[in-house]
Design a protein around this ligand. Sequence first.
Ligand SMILES: [Zn+2]
Length: 322
Amino acid sequence: MKQLISSFTAVTVVLLFSLSFATNTQPIQHKNQTSSYTNTIKKGLAKLIAFTKFKNSASTNLNDLEKYFRYRQHIALLKIKKTFNIPDEPWQQCMKGIELVKKYNKNISLKTTHSNVIHDSNLPNNLLEITKRLLHENDINPASVSIKNKVEHKNLHTHTDTTNIIGCAQAPITTINNISKLLQGDIKTTIKQNEPACIFLSKNEFNEMKPEHQYANIAHEVTHLVEDHGTELSGILYLLKLYGYDKDQIIKHPVWLAYSRTIETNANILPALKNPKIARYMKSLWGDQCKIIHPKVKKVWPKTHPSPLTLYVHLCRIVKCH
Ligand SMILES: [Zn+2]
């Protein structure tokens, strides 16, 4: 492992997509399938019990909700390890490497003013101001993050179609020059930052939005940086590539898509858990999304994105908890 490039992606909320509310209602077959039928019932019961536990805790405690959503992401991540058959040791080393790069980004990259940061004057001033304020509220130095109107990053990990992006967040791009020293915890001399973090907002898409929806979308992008989802995604992709999988194969795989969905969900849910105003704005945004999306609309909701209806239901619960 000589070099690890950490860069980000995360397309967000894409407007005007249709959604097929697929349900998992397989017809029950009665012919000599007692054991698989029993298993189906068992799995269904387990899901029901898990959901009931979550539902009960959700009505009383925002911390439990946060644990629940982080746990979902963790489980989705472990499914990647299992599915791609990655042995324990390299997996754990990769996780440790990701944590150390995240630590570097949090404590150094996202705290330090960079001379080549751009706050694009083509973007309306209110969008720049909201973004800077939200970064500041999350202990990120706004002068360490570029805020640009257009997506320029060509190497998006999770999405191939970038035409409908309304926003995206890119982690600082870093190079690791000595992985074994890094794993010993030496982050200062082993990591070199090449490019600062960046938040892209599409001016055209944002011009069409209500102010509270602009706010919710920006909170989503800022959360990608706060959580450093980009470093996590690129670290795991790097490891899988070492094991011979190619990028296209990985990003189209159902377990990768499921993992991406938990990340996109969390970029909406985590800021809503911290801030009741964001919770209300998110709920309003996703409520509108549910209305906009109609099965007859021909476009397809991105596979990496959670169902707007599911998000809306979660957000209703969070607003109630606040
Ligand atoms: Zn996103």
